[in-house]
Design a protein around this ligand. Structure first.
Ligand code: ZN
Length: 231
């Protein structure tokens, strides 16, 4: 399984746009960040700090200024990813986005997990809790008392989790913190962020906590069949 982020989606777009520059660009593609035409000469454009793509000179300057004062432009506001662009983007595999397509599960029936007093949506089958100790990630799994995952479902959960930790964004707590600033949904707590994804059988909520010496990542897996059956 390959998991997409806003970064990987932009990099895929750029792989196509870049071909226009084979011998300078007669009709340069638009800057993925602001939508203005790029300079005809590839080297005159700037390399983004957040994805391996070229952006226009103005955007290069804007990124540097925003970076200096910690005011990163969220990647979902980039021209190429925002609603302003007519063409929807396509990608193979699940994408981590700030749009939650399964809000209905949070207002439906609830249940308790063993040894846990918090209520979870009834469709939640399992969640993982990870923390980064300065060297590596440690993960524990928490199963609902209800339906146990079949081999097929367990494989899907394992593949998602493995692919997640293979992303450079989840290499360390620091990389996850940088990723959250530009690519995750902020919350009222400045060190907590959300992202959402879906696989064949699951809706997935990633809750990221960027504080050191705390639990840093929760992955909640909700069975679509149960979630949508109770819609
Ligand atoms: Zn630009």
């Amino acid at each position: 399984m390959k998991i997409n982020t806003y970064r990987t989606i932009l990099e895929q777009m750029w792989q196509k746009d870049k071909k226009c520059f084979a011998s300078d660009a007669e009709f340069p593609p638009h800057c993925l960040r602001c939508g203005k035409p790029l300079n005809k000469r590839l080297v005159v454009n700037a390399l983004s700090r957040y994805a391996d793509v070229h952006i226009c000179e103005d955007c290069g300057m804007d990124e540097a200024l925003r970076d200096a004062c910690g005011q990163v432009l969220p990647m979902w506001e980039w021209y190429a990813l925002s609603y302003k662009r007519d063409m929807p983007f396509h990608c193979d595999g699940p994408a981590l986005t700030t749009d939650c397509s399964f809000n209905h599960i949070y207002t439906g029936s609830k249940k308790l997990f063993p040894f846990n007093h918090l209520e979870h949506p009834v469709s939640e089958m399992v969640y993982s809790r990870s923390d980064y100790d300065g060297h590596k990630w440690w993960t524990t799994w928490h199963h609902s008392d209800g339906e146990r995952p079949t081999t097929e479902l367990a494989t899907e959960i394992d593949q998602f989790t493995e692919a997640l930790f293979q992303l450079p964004e989840f290499k360390t707590l620091d990389t996850m913190r940088c990723f959250c600033r530009a690519s995750a949904q902020p919350t009222s707590e400045s060190t907590e962020f959300n992202l959402y994804a879906a696989t064949e059988h699951f809706y997935i909520w990633l809750r990221m906590i960027t504080r050191p010496r705390d639990y840093n990542l929760y992955c909640h897996f909700y069975l679509k069949e149960t979630a949508d059956g109770s819609k």
